[in-house]
Design a protein. Structure first.
Ligand SMILES: Nc1ncnc2c1ncn2[C@@H]1O[C@H](COP(=O)(O)OP(=O)(O)OP(=O)(O)O)[C@@H](O)[C@H]1O
Ligand SMILES: [Mg+2]
Length: 498
């Protein structure tokens, strides 16, 4: 006989205006297991997790905890049972310190009832130490990178002794070393008898860490099986209902002529003497270990980070990139991995977000032509297959992957000549990834130049015409064609050769 599950999800349904997010979903989670939850963007994963966290109430269906029927009316109810959640979209307060965020509302107190700052920093330092990171507990969250903020989210969830820890795409912003440390923590929780629900679009991670895999598709439960009985191909087939093939379009070659972008001797605090050329029709990949300057280079070329020395030419003309507006005026578009900070106005609708950087295109005699705007936005949202009940839907109500497609849509309308992508498919499912690869490829094929940073090396190699490998802020190698392999990139990135 099977032991009583830690948690049984029974016939849960949940609708939002215009969307049936979950339909009659049932499955069980056992104590001591890592249970992966996978499915395409918009499948309902985060919605189900928010029900377990007491954030949403189901329309129908129920939950059993160790055989007892329970109702979670608020996040406090859920926390009392020992359910802890790492949200997909960060929930940190940017102007507080790391330690304050981690122990918010459960700060250690001195005998006089005051916050015990020393104990607070010490406890946080210990938790950070378990993840082997060097983040300072007293640093302000707003000064941290996306990856560091993700680690703080994780530490915050670990600060409660959870019986069930829910991780909604915890690894999307982490590098392989950080993922390794996180997996170490997951193993320890498991050994203690806690259960972990792990959501990720990276199937290699799913197969590394999980015991059981549940697949959701369009709000419905497709299957729950032991990971050992499954293959990657089978999981993908269940997620998308079709075979995964032809992921990467054929590789493009530069079209020749004056380079679209030319950089000479670019240096700043993080970058050293960068020289590069980007031709029309080319996808230039920037590879390297996290923190070696790829991201900073991309940001400097969009005027987000300062350039201290060196020159930038666009179409053979010297340009000065002091602000993103300078870059946008030169026909440069930027898509980052931080949808909240750099890409989207979350409270505005899909239409407004898509139209925002494109007001010039829609204004005639200073009047915004709403008719045009609506027609073009509607069309692009359809081409991009953004899953939304309508173009007026506030972006914050879309699933993570659909938010990313909205950012892409807004840039596609402005027809930029140079596109800079930083982690363009972060948190995006396989099906949508393939669509985005096709779009990037199409843009380059039509004569744009693409500069791309991605920590997914297969993706970078699959798309790029040429790859520059950065190490310690300098270009360590340029690899093209058959010479660009996972191995050659890693050798250059780690400095093993040369
Ligand atoms: N608060 C909300 N209001 C309206 N619609 C919502 C809300 N939250 C989610 N949805 C919709 O419900 C569906 C399921 O979304 P959910 O965020 O659960 O997907 P997901 O599986 O987590 O996707 P992703 O992998 O992209 O994060 C989507 O169509 C989404 O747009
Ligand atoms: Mg989600």
């Amino acid at each position: 006989m099977m032991p009583t599950p830690l948690l049984s999800i029974e016939n849960i349904s949940k609708s939002f205006p215009g969307v049936r997010a979950l339909m009659d979903v049932s499955f069980a989670v056992q104590a001591g297991e890592v249970h992966a939850l996978v499915g395409e963007n918009g499948a309902g994963k985060s919605t189900l997790m928010k029900i377990l966290a007491g954030v949403y109430q189901p329309d129908s269906g129920g939950l059993h905890w160790q055989g007892q029927s329970i109702q979670l009316r608020s996040p406090a109810d859920s926390q009392r049972l020992g359910i802890s959640i790492i949200y997909q979209e960060f929930n940190l307060l940017p102007d507080l310190t790391v330690a304050e965020n981690v122990l918010l509302n459960r700060e250690p107190r001195t005998r006089l009832g005051l916050v015990d700052w020393r104990a607070l920093n010490e406890r946080t330092r210990q938790l950070l130490h378990d993840l082997e990171t060097d983040i300072d507990p007293q640093a302000l969250v707003q000064d941290l990178s996306v990856a560091q903020q993700q680690i703080v989210e994780i530490v915050k969830a670990l600060a409660i002794d959870a019986r069930l820890l829910i991780m909604d795409e915890p690894t999307a912003a982490l590098n392989p070393t950080e993922v390794g440390h996180l997996f170490g923590v997951i193993e320890r929780l498991k050994a203690r008898g806690s259960a972990v629900i792990f959501i990720s679009h990276r199937l290699d991670e799913v197969f590394t860490i999980s015991d059981t895999v549940t697949v959701l598709k369009d709000g419905q439960h497709i299957s729950t099986s032991p990971a050992a009985d499954l293959t990657r191909e089978e999981v993908v087939r269940r997620m998308v209902g079709r075979q995964l093939q032809d992921i990467f379009p054929p590789r493009l070659q530069a079209q020749g002529g004056t380079p679209l972008l030319e950089v000479h001797g670019l240096s700043n605090d993080r970058l050293r003497d960068i020289n590069l050329q980007l031709q029309a029709g080319e996808i230039l990949g920037l590879a390297g270990l996290e923190g070696h300057g790829q991201r900073e280079l991309a940001r400097a070329l969009f005027g987000i980070e300062p350039i201290h020395r060196g020159t930038v030419q666009i179409d053979g003309q010297r340009v000065y990139l002091r602000h993103p507006e300078d870059a946008m005026r030169q026909g440069v578009a930027f898509l980052s991995d931080d949808r909240k900070m750099e890409g989207l106005a979350l409270t505005l609708g899909v239409r407004e977000n898509v139209a925002l950087p494109n007001l010039n295109r829609f204004s005639r005699f200073m009047m915004v032509q709403h008719e045009d705007e609506r027609a073009v936005c509607g069309q692009i949202v359809e081409t991009m297959a953004v899953k939304t009940p309508g173009i007026e839907q506030p972006v914050r109500l879309l699933s993570g992957g659909n938010q990313q497609k909205t950012v892409l849509s807004k840039w596609l309308i402005s027809q930029p000549r140079i596109l800079i992508f930083v982690e363009p498919t972060r948190g995006i499912d396989v099906g949508a990834k393939v669509e985005i690869y096709r779009l990037i490829h199409q843009l380059a094929h039509d004569g744009a130049g693409v500069l791309m940073v991605s920590s997914d090396l297969l993706e970078l190699l699959g798309l790029s015409s040429r790859v520059l490998v950065l190490r310690e802020g300098a270009i360590a190698a340029e690899l093209a064609g058959a010479a660009a392999t996972e191995e050659s990139v890693m050798l250059a990135a780690t400095g093993v050769h040369g």
